[in-house]
Write a protein that binds this ligand. Structure first.
Ligand SMILES: NC(=O)c1ccc[n+]([C@@H]2O[C@H](COP(=O)([O-])OP(=O)(O)OC[C@H]3O[C@@H](n4cnc5c(N)ncnc54)[C@H](OP(=O)(O)O)[C@@H]3O)[C@@H](O)[C@H]2O)c1
Length: 262
């Protein structure tokens, strides 16, 4: 890839927020490395974005739920001399249900994708960014990061990790030329709710979800502005900030109410 053109690597780019982010980078003439499991969708997106924006797009069909995947991806890009200027750790999923009844794969899969793969990719790509004194990392957390989430206990906890990890890392790299941004969307209209089994929750049915396009645009702007913590929508910002002042038991009870099916 052309060394003058910057390259953004986006995980979970076959749909939802990741796809919308890919379009925004493409509009700004970034070359792209797009990662997800769905080969056909990724290849089609690559063809479309290449044709529309005259950029280069590499589609990598990969299951980041498999522990060696992050290193495999890193080494593949190294072999091809692809320098990643922006890493977007977007791939993630949630699962609805009481923890005691949740399958082991569902639990460990969320931890592997939402936490382990994100942390591993960050570690692998951060070193060369620090050497070049340039780079951006965007980790997608959620407003779920700000309170416990009964009925989605593991998912909420993984996002609390992403928030804590990203804010700490952002602090560590201040002055290095590398920016770390934690993006915290609220409910968003993507494939997420169906996969999680939360389409009939109060959150998605009654309170409503934002458009993925709008959410991605807010995240993209925040990342490019060099902000550490970014929200999409005033309501989501308020929810995340307000829980700090309420008793934790109450916050947890409200969180459960929001997650319950109606
Ligand atoms: N939607 C919401 O309400 C919401 C709210 C807050 C935060 N978020 C977060 O935003 C991020 C994006 O979610 P979304 O709403 O855009 O969900 P989505 O529409 O379900 O998209 C998830 C993306 O991740 C990819 N993915 C899933 N499992 C993967 C795996 N094992 N390996 C590689 N890629 C994988 C999916 O592609 P394949 O299926 O092709 O692999 C897809 O491209 C997630 O981290 C999510 O937790 C979402």
């Amino acid at each position: 890839m052309d060394s003058k053109t910057q390259t953004a690597l986006i995980t979970g780019a076959s749909g939802g927020i990741g796809y919308e982010l890919a379009k925004l980078f493409a509009q700004d003439h970034y070359d792209l490395v797009l990662v997800a499991r769905s080969t056909d969708k990724l290849n089609q997106i690559a063809v479309d974005l290449q044709g529309q924006f005259g950029i280069r797009v590499k589609a990598v069909a990969l299951d980041l739920g498999a522990p060696p995947a992050a290193r495999f991806l890193f080494e593949q890009l190294q072999r091809e001399n692809i320098v990643v200027d922006v890493l977007v750790n977007n791939a993630g999923f949630g699962g609805f249900g009481e923890f005691a009844g949740m399958g082991e794969q569902e639990i460990l899969g969320q931890i592997q994708l939402n936490i382990t793969a994100l942390t591993h990719l960050t570690r692998l790509f951060l070193s060369s960014m620090l050497e070049r004194r340039k780079g951006r990392i965007m980790n997608i957390a959620s407003t779920a990061a700000f309170q416990p989430g009964p009925l989605m206990a593991v998912y909420y906890a993984t996002k609390a990790y992403v928030l804590s990890f990203s804010e700490a890392l952002a602090n560590e790299v201040v002055g290095s030329g590398v920016v770390v941004c934690c993006f915290c969307p609220g409910a968003t209209d993507t494939g997420f709710a169906k996969r999680a089994g939360t389409q009939n929750s109060r959150l998605f049915k009654k309170i409503g979800a934002m458009k993925a396009e709008t959410v991605a645009r807010d995240g993209y702007r925040g990342l490019m502005a060099g902000r550490t913590l970014v929200f999409s929508g005033l309501q989501n910002w308020l929810v995340a900030e307000s829980v700090r002042f309420a008793p934790r038991k109450l916050v947890t009870a409200v969180s459960r109410w929001v997650a319950e099916k109606v």
